[in-house]
Design a protein around this ligand. Structure first.
Ligand code: S3P
Length: 172
């Protein structure tokens, strides 16, 4: 695998469990790009876990932190940025990503998503809703927003990490 060097940021977006974190780590290794995990940035800044932020301050507060994070990331040049699953909920966020990067959407079926997230206790949005019906509903609500901002779309079902990375690199 030759090292591809992008002169822009690569933003990975998609639903929880689509594989953003796994793929970002692999791209970091393969392409020697600087990786940034938006959720980790928020956790570090607040000194609280994502669940604690949701519990104590609520979703809107979390979304504000997420938006601020993207504004801050405008100073990053050639990073691989793994976004939280809800980053497409605000149109301004997409504008901030588009300015200095390309957006890669990772997709997966609700069944695959459930399989990947079912043991997680750090997905407050799915608390008490770890079932395929809820995931399908939320995915349907968000689907068009994900697709509208994506420059590249890669389906992850049944593919391994290597295949997914190669597909992203080929399409970027
Ligand atoms: C969220 C996704 C999470 C995290 C938060 C909200 C969402 O990120 O930002 O729990 O609304 O889809 P991951 O997609 O990395 O799990």
């Amino acid at each position: 695998q030759a090292k591809a060097l992008f002169d822009y940021n690569v933003f990975l977006i998609g639903f929880m469990g689509a594989g953003k974190t796994t793929i970002a780590s692999e791209l970091e290794r393969k392409l020697e790009m600087h990786r940034i995990e938006m959720d980790d940035m928020i956790v570090k800044k607040q000194g609280m876990s994502i669940s604690e932020i949701f519990d104590e301050y609520g979703e809107i507060y979390f979304r504000n932190l997420e938006s601020n994070c993207l504004i801050e990331l405008q100073k990053v040049k050639q990073g691989i940025i793994s976004c939280g699953g809800g980053v497409i909920l605000r149109p301004d966020n997409a504008d901030h990503m588009k300015k200095n990067g390309r957006i890669v959407l990772l997709t997966a079926t609700p069944e695959t998503i459930l399989e990947r997230v079912k043991d997680s206790d750090e997905r407050p949005i799915l608390n008490n809703h770890m079932n395929v019906e809820f995931i399908t509903d939320l995915l349907n609500q968000r689907k068009d927003k994900y697709r509208a901002v994506a420059d590249v779309i890669v389906a992850t079902d049944g593919k391994n990490t290597d295949q997914i990375c190669d597909e992203i690199i080929a399409k970027l």
